[in-house]
Design a protein around this ligand. Structure first.
Ligand SMILES: [Zn+2]
Length: 304
């Protein structure tokens, strides 16, 4: 470690050719406040009052950092109630129209209506709070958009996409509803590729390579994990293959937008009532923020 420090300092002082790493301004404390705020609304189940309040709060947050903030409404006849549920994707952009490379960053903001994986049967009909499964990805994106605002390379555009209806269920046919809707109504100009965040807030964060991502988007996935190593995050994003995951990235990949899913599925709180803020970590949010901020600001990584 001392040796690495000495090298860095020599490069700073004399190394005219040494590339300067962009300063990381992502503030994990701010991201943490966003996770707490979302959970304070309660479970964000489509059709609930908390869902509406959280939607409006996310829109207001995004207006501070993004252009063209808007919602995209969709509805679904839900098998659980037999009634129509209204949902809203939330979108905002930075430098989208003028960019040469357009990056879609997404995370779901809705939460699972039932803790169907809870070991206690009495809890299985309760809604989850979704601190990790939902709020963590949104929290990182909200802070990321602040941290890169007015700092993006001029040829890089970002669209932030908070998806709804990802976790409605109960079965896969009634999940990923917002992302499917978006994939059938792609913006113009469309994204060149996407990066999905899901369940990235736990205390022992480790995000292996997700096999669908590698299959659909091999060069993007490899480049992102190479970048993680370059910025010292190889322990959090190890170059190992994890489990196959069905998530919002599948429909985007099928629609021709190569999209990688960053997810730590090895989590005992998944779809249980224990998915609370207590089980999450600001440091983990900070690591994901660092990965994405440096990825967006370091222009050459887009030549993949
Ligand atoms: Zn979930």
């Amino acid at each position: 470690m001392a040796c690495a420090n000495r090298e860095a300092s020599a490069a700073d002082q004399g190394g005219a050719s040494a590339p300067k790493a962009p300063e990381v301004v992502f503030d994990q404390a701010k991201a943490w406040a966003h996770i707490v705020k979302q959970c304070d609304f309660g479970p964000r189940v489509p059709g609930s009052d908390a869902h509406l309040k959280c939607r409006d709060w996310i829109v207001e947050q995004m207006k501070g950092s993004c252009e063209n903030v808007r919602t995209q409404e969709l509805s679904h006849q839900w098998s659980v109630t037999g009634k129509k549920v209204t949902m809203w994707n939330i979108l905002g952009e930075q430098n989208w129209k003028d960019a040469k490379v357009r990056v879609l960053l997404l995370a779901h903001w809705d939460t699972r209506p039932y803790a169907d994986q809870d070991p206690d049967r009495a809890n299985q009909k309760k809604a989850i709070l979704g601190a990790n499964d939902g709020a963590s990805g949104v929290a990182v994106l909200l802070e990321l958009m602040r941290s890169v605002k007015d700092r993006l390379p001029k040829d890089v555009g970002v669209m932030y996409f908070m998806t709804d209806g990802e976790d409605l269920g109960p079965s896969l046919e009634e999940m990923f509803l917002g992302a499917v809707h978006f994939s059938k109504n792609l913006p113009s100009p469309p994204p060149d590729y996407g990066i999905l965040l899901d369940m990235i807030g736990d205390k022992t964060l480790e995000v292996p390579i997700e096999p669908n991502s590698l299959q659909f988007a091999p060069s993007l996935t490899r480049a992102l994990y190479r970048h993680a190593k370059d910025v010292g995050l190889e322990k959090t994003f190890p170059n190992v293959i994890g489990p196959w995951i069905e998530d919002d990235h599948i429909c985007l990949n099928q629609a021709g937008i190569p999209t990688v899913d960053l997810i730590d599925f090895d989590n005992p709180t998944w779809h249980t009532v224990a998915d609370t803020v207590d089980a999450c970590s600001a440091e983990s949010l900070g690591k994901v923020g660092k990965l994405l901020e440096t990825w967006l600001l370091k222009d050459p990584v887009f030549k993949i």
